[in-house]
Design a protein around this ligand. Structure first.
Ligand code: NIG
Ligand code: FE
Length: 418
């Protein structure tokens, strides 16, 4: 029948890429999941076929409306930056100079600077200002192959500014071809006006900020900073549980500057991730392994704060705790606007292999955001988020410093422009 014949002749895919190689990072695949002389096809927003070019079920131009030649380049999953504070105003270069002169991050924080410095600038900034500045940061990340990013609030520490930050983050998602998750981090540090009234601030978070953020659809997750200069484990627990009860996923800034048993707390509460973890204990690692909590490593903060106590990477590895890597992009502890730099630092300073670093910014980054079933690897049925690289091997993504070999980004099946 004519109709049937036409159906069978019309291409079944939108696009097919061939003439290059794939690093699928697929579940169960060895190493990078390398497929040399591979091909990948998309239909609408999803990956429709992944395999060796010679196994394609027909002539490429009969299979897809568009055939794209990779000329020896590599495709990886679009990269995931699962921990950023990219919405903020001002900078902390003055404190950078002070630290180079001998002051510590904690001293500056205790004297009312640090996160509170950025709080003052952010409270002054309009939503428009926040969107404009963050948009530049996001553009730079996208140019390095990022297709999924997380953005936290936490520089308002008052209801209006916290919500404004989250609204700015949502607007970024509307303006850029990127999958963006927002995290409410009202419990970053105690705002000065609540000095001596900690419980009142925590109540404001639980009773006003979280309900409003959730009601207005502004937050996907809740986070807290568990540290001597921020909040106690008990305080963080109360905030995370309030978020959980309102329907948010949980994350925790844990054991960065001191061991607070934050890793174990995140695991016990069923948080998706515990982040930083420089001072996490062996018990904390074991608890994370048992609970399936992702360890989000933030080598930019480790580097920028000149920390000398790396997170327990070999324990994570032995216990099979999934390790994600992220930029932590923020003005105080990690002014690192580059996921490739974070990958390089994760290898040289934290001891990851280039393969672990790439897993960290793909599958494991996606896992930290609860997205691993839909994003983070090149597998049939997943969203077609791809990064195309001018490299001879994917290990080069962790190797170069200050060179961006990204030659193209595809978001939900559509090639993007930065
Ligand atoms: O992830 N550790 C807490 N929060 C941020 C630092 C924010 C800042 O110093 O502005 C972090 O490193
Ligand atoms: Fe952070």
């Amino acid at each position: 029948m004519a109709g049937k014949e036409m159906m069978s002749k019309s291409p079944r895919w939108d696009r097919v890429w061939l003439g290059g190689h794939l690093a699928t990072l697929a579940e169960g695949a060895e190493g990078y999941g390398e497929i040399h002389q591979g091909a990948l096809a998309t239909l609408e927003k999803r990956i429709a076929w992944v395999g060796r070019e010679k196994d394609l079920p027909g002539r490429p131009d009969a299979l897809a409306r568009e055939v794209l030649e990779l000329q020896g380049r590599w495709i990886t999953p679009g990269l995931v930056d699962c921990h950023t504070h990219m919405v903020f105003a001002g900078d902390r270069s003055g404190e950078f100079e002070a630290r180079l002169g001998g002051s510590s991050y904690e001293e500056i924080a205790r004297e009312g600077g640090g996160i509170r410095t950025t709080m003052r600038a952010t409270r002054e900034a309009s939503e428009e200002d926040l969107v404009r500045e963050a948009s530049r940061r996001l553009t730079a990340l996208r140019a390095e192959g990022i297709t999924t990013v997380e953005v936290k609030s936490g520089y308002g520490m008052e209801t209006d500014t916290e919500l404004r930050m989250l609204r700015a983050a949502r607007r970024l998602a509307a303006d850029h071809p990127v999958h963006l998750q927002t995290t409410f981090l009202g419990a970053h540090v105690l705002p000065p006006e609540f000095e001596g009234r900690r419980e009142e601030y925590l109540e404001l978070i639980r009773e006003e900020m979280i309900p409003r953020a959730v009601k207005e659809g502004l937050a996907d997750a809740v986070d807290a900073f568990c540290d001597e200069i921020a909040f106690t484990p008990q305080e963080c627990e109360s905030v995370l549980l309030a978020g959980r009860d309102a329907g948010l996923a949980m994350r925790l800034h844990a054991d960065q500057l001191s061991d607070q048993d934050g890793a174990a707390l995140a695991a016990r509460l069923g948080a998706r991730s515990a982040d930083h973890l420089e001072r996490a204990s062996a018990e904390g690692v074991a608890a994370m392994a048992a609970a399936g909590t992702v360890a989000v490593l933030l080598p930019g903060a480790f580097y920028f704060l000149k920390d000398d106590h790396p997170p327990p990477v070999s324990l994570f590895r032995e216990a099979r705790v999934p390790m994600a890597v992220a930029t932590d992009m923020n003005p105080g502890s990690s002014p690192v606007n580059s996921i490739l730099t974070a990958m390089n630092l994760s290898c040289l300073l934290l001891g990851l292999t280039p393969e672990e670093a790439l897993r960290g910014v793909t599958v494991n980054g996606a896992r930290a955001l609860g997205l691993h079933e839909v994003r983070g690897s090149l597998e049939k049925g997943k969203m077609a988020d791809l990064a195309i690289w001018e490299v001879g091997h994917p290990r080069e993504l962790s190797y170069w410093l200050g060179r961006n070999p990204c030659a193209g980004v595809v978001k939900d099946g559509e090639p993007t422009r930065s």
